[in-house]
Design a protein around this ligand. Sequence first.
Ligand SMILES: [Zn+2]
Length: 334
Amino acid sequence: MSFRVATSLIGTLLVVLMSVSSRSIAQGPPGGLGEREIIHVTGNLYEARDQFRNTVFLVTPEGVILSDPLGVAFARWLKEEITERFDSTVKYVIYSHHHPDHSTGGTVFADTAIFIAHENTIAALNAPFPSNAGQMDLDGDGRIERAELTAPGYGGTFDLYNRNGDSYLTGDEITGDTPRPDIVYSERMSITLGGSRVDLFHPGPAHSEDMTILIFPEERAIFGVDLYHVRRFGVSLNGYDLEAYENAINRIQELDFDIVISGHGDIIGDRSDLPLFLGFLQALYPSVAAGIAAGESLEELLENLEFPGYQDWLLYENRRVGLITEAYELATNQ
Ligand SMILES: [Zn+2]
């Protein structure tokens, strides 16, 4: 069962633009424009999407357990849908990690919800900038100008976060609609509500220091954001090496599940998608390192390095260039 709540011409145009646009535009603003939909995954588990990112929620007789809010506008829409369709309210919001393109918007649910995250989320939200944004403050003055807002995940978001309408973004503005967690955990945690259970699992540092994988044991499903993808590339390695991703993804693979839901993309996957994604990273890093060892420049690597078997994934050429560049910078400490 699935239904489409709203489709707009803007959404269609943006999907077309996604295939040709820059890395940052391809990621798009959280929860903002165009198409939104709720998809029934299985049992009481649903996925909610805009055209750039996904979240999940579990409906129980005593309320809803939601993962990322995906922005204020999206959260307002989702709150209405949950009221109208399920006659329910959100009792828990569980952050996948602190990056604002997923975590912002929780203020919409603050009247009914308890907020839960990994313990590292508190420090990450209280840092001068989120870990995927700090590099943009080039002069280190604690403010990001519109022209500086270039990091993946921030495309088109200046006005979204610019609460006071001035010429700069501060970290407080970026996290201003992200309630700090009421409850944190370190390794694992379980939440029960209305006879259903959600397990939280920290796979270790990869993509960010505060990652949470949500496990839905009755639905045999997991939800994870940005550290793995389903037949799709990440927008950034976020400064983590291959070993970090291998450790985290291998720990996830030890869990008991069948269904794999990701924070981006329109495919709900299965267990086989995790080794498939890891296989891309295991091709990326060593082939860049081998090229450097053979004396190849970044330009030569971008010209020569292809990944057979992954060329039919969405945004292949666009992401290939960005990810090779990042792996090169990591390997050469730039
Ligand atoms: Zn992220």
